[in-house]
Ligand binder design. Structure first.
Ligand code: AMP
Length: 205
């Protein structure tokens, strides 16, 4: 399987949709919730669709609602069992229902040109590790941006150093992601990473 990047008519990768991984809770730091809202708004302003887990709760709900409020498009990708457990956000542009969590993640990855990791819990960590593993295996070459707001992800980055130091991953694992420290850097970083990719062989309309 592979996940081709969408390209313009000259085969240059383009940013039309970004997948946001983030907490299903608000967390303790109100700056993170505000950053989620800013990211959602910035996506809408740049005409970048938000792809996310579909729920109206926590940071994930905040990103999506802010994008919708600013006139943007938001795709929620939700396993059917979750729709029975919790309310979905009203007025999503699209809802994609899947049978399983695994199918959901593949759909989220297919629909997106890049991935943003905001502060979150184990669901966010799971999605982060999976998308990095898939990039390591060259299943995709889509940019992955870790939003290390207020150094939230410092322990994770230290863990990566440890894994590399102990010889379980190569130094090049650090090239699988890019770290930024403010929300305003996220979309420009994605644009830069996409621009640095070679013209793509496969074009997805
Ligand atoms: P967590 O970081 O544990 O809060 O999990 C957040 C991530 O896991 C999100 O990016 C979602 O894709 C998924 N997720 C976790 N909890 C939910 C939920 N209640 N509803 C929808 N998606 C969820």
């Amino acid at each position: 399987m592979d996940l081709p990047i969408r390209c313009d008519h000259q085969n240059r990768p383009q940013l039309t949709a970004v997948c946001v991984f983030c907490g299903s809770r608000d967390g303790q730091n109100p700056k993170f919730l505000n950053a989620s809202k800013t990211l959602g708004r910035q996506c809408a302003e740049r005409d970048v669709r938000v792809v996310y887990g579909g729920a109206g709760i926590g940071m994930m709900g905040a990103v999506a609602q802010a994008a919708l409020d600013a006139g943007g498009d938001v795709t929620g990708v939700v396993p059917k069992f979750l729709t029975e457990m919790e309310p979905q956000l009203d007025s999503l542009t699209d809802i994609v229902l899947t049978e399983t969590m695994h199918e959901r993640k593949i759909k989220m990855y297919e629909e997106s040109d890049a991935f943003v990791i905001m502060p979150g819990g184990i669901g966010t960590l799971d999605e982060t590790m999976e998308i990095l593993t898939w990039r390591q295996l060259e299943v995709h070459d889509k940019p992955v941006i870790i939003a290390n707001l207020e150094n939230y992800w410092a322990p994770f980055l230290t863990l990566m150093d440890h894994v590399i130091g102990e010889g379980y991953a190569g130094e090049n694992v650090r090239d699988l992601y890019r770290t930024v420290s403010t929300v305003d850097e996220i979309l420009p970083a994605i644009q830069e990473d996409l621009a640095a990719l070679p013209p793509q062989g496969k074009v997805r309309p």
